[in-house]
Design a protein around this ligand. Structure first.
Ligand code: PLP
Length: 374
């Protein structure tokens, strides 16, 4: 089965990991810091805190932002469940705002209609690798005293109005799962424009341990002392994983270029095909395409999904609207709430897209889709 996404691992990646295994630090060592610095450099220069997954990054970011009971987090339903569930798990109320009909990105007008004085975070998702409209979202957040969050699990390496992902929102979260635009196996990071927020996130992912003597409440314990002021979790990324990430980062631009080429090849082949609609792209965005989300019209998405899988093409669907998950339905969230997201979900089909996909494989996917639709 041709997968919809997969990692690209070079011999240099293997060597980088092996070197760590032969060294002194498997975790909490210098390679973690080096990886965080490299992520920071690739995402606009703000402090990056690494962690064990994109989900951990969201949990850490919301916790650092102080999200809790009584707060609202406004987000898109067209995302992986963790964008919302990590706010819910902290006790916040998640408010879903609909997406734009064509891009499936959080619609600033829909956000404007639901924000209140209780809104703590407005969390957009750069769906498929295409940045959301942060210049429209930031003033709404500023007006109600909320932070903007960019769930950039799909979009590291992309730009919006010439600015890199990582510099678009107050907080940016990343995932390094194998299907994403670069990988550490499991892994993630969050990038913060505000240094105090970054430090709070760092401590949250380090069990809450405070090591700065100037902040100690207990001043006379001894040189071994560290103390906890707020609860935290162990979400630390290892040096082993960080070495893989550092090595992968040297190929981020090449990954993006190949993903762009494949997307252009799909677009050219599918633009005039009846029964499908190709992904929308804004003129001021340079996406780092993670998914190729074609839309299958006339109610045929499921049929096309099953027939392509039968032909060995590992298509995927991204995503079921988050509030359809029973955990949200059981809280009273109703279907029909975000019609654009639901219409998008009904038609969406992710075609295979990863850097090592060959032109011949792209053509095979296109021919298979033509054959199934004929
Ligand atoms: C993958 C993903 C996550 C979660 O990342 P993990 O590393 O799998 O925990 C969060 N949000 C979006 C949009 C994702 O695609």
């Amino acid at each position: 089965m041709l997968p919809y996404g997969r990692q690209s691992i070079s011999e240099a990646d293997v060597e980088a990991v092996a070197a760590i295994l032969r060294g002194d630090w498997l975790t909490t060592g210098p390679t973690v810091t080096a990886f965080e610095d490299a992520i920071s450099a690739a995402t606009g220069g703000h402090r990056a805190v690494s962690c064990t997954s994109g989900t951990a990054a969201l949990h850490m970011a919301y916790a650092a932002a102080g999200v809790g009971p009584g707060d609202q987090v406004v987000t898109t339903p067209m995302t992986f469940v963790a964008t919302a569930s990590c706010a819910s798990i902290l006790g916040a109320e998640v408010v879903f705002a609909d997406v734009e009909e064509d891009t499936a990105l959080l619609d600033p007008a829909a956000v404007e209609a639901v924000v209140t004085e209780r809104t703590k975070v407005i969390a957009a998702v750069d769906y498929a690798g295409h940045a959301a409209d942060y210049d429209a979202l930031q003033p709404i957040a500023d007006r109600v005293g909320a932070l903007t969050l960019d769930d950039a699990a799909h979009s590291i390496g992309g730009t919006y109005k010439g600015r890199p992902v990582g510099d678009l929102a107050d907080v940016t979260t990343l995932s390094f799962f194998p299907t994403k635009n670069l990988t550490t196996g499991e892994g993630g990071a969050a990038v913060f424009k505000d240094d105090a927020l970054a430090q709070r996130a760092h401590e949250f992912h380090f069990i809450g341990l405070v090591r700065d003597q100037d902040r100690f409440a207990m001043t006379d314990e001894g040189p071994w002392h560290q103390e906890v002021h707020e609860f935290g979790i162990n979400y630390r990324l290892t040096d082993v994983a960080s070495a893989l990430g550092l090595s992968q980062l040297t190929r981020l631009a090449a990954f993006k270029q190949r993903r762009t080429e494949i997307t252009a090849r799909y677009n050219a082949a599918l633009a005039d095909l009846d029964g499908v609609r190709i992904p929308a792209q804004r003129a001021d965005v340079d996406p780092a395409w993670h998914l190729y989300p074609v839309r299958i019209l006339e109610g045929r998405r499921r049929e096309v999904f099953e027939k392509l899988r039968g032909l060995g093409i590992g298509v995927q669907v991204n995503y079921i609207p988050v509030y359809w998950h029973p955990v949200y339905a059981n809280l009273g969230y109703q279907r029909g709430m975000c019609p654009n997201a639901e219409a998008f979900y009904a038609e969406e089909l992710s075609l295979p897209l990863f850097p090592d996909l060959t032109d011949a494989q792209v053509d095979l996917v296109v021919d298979s889709l033509r054959q199934v639709l004929a």
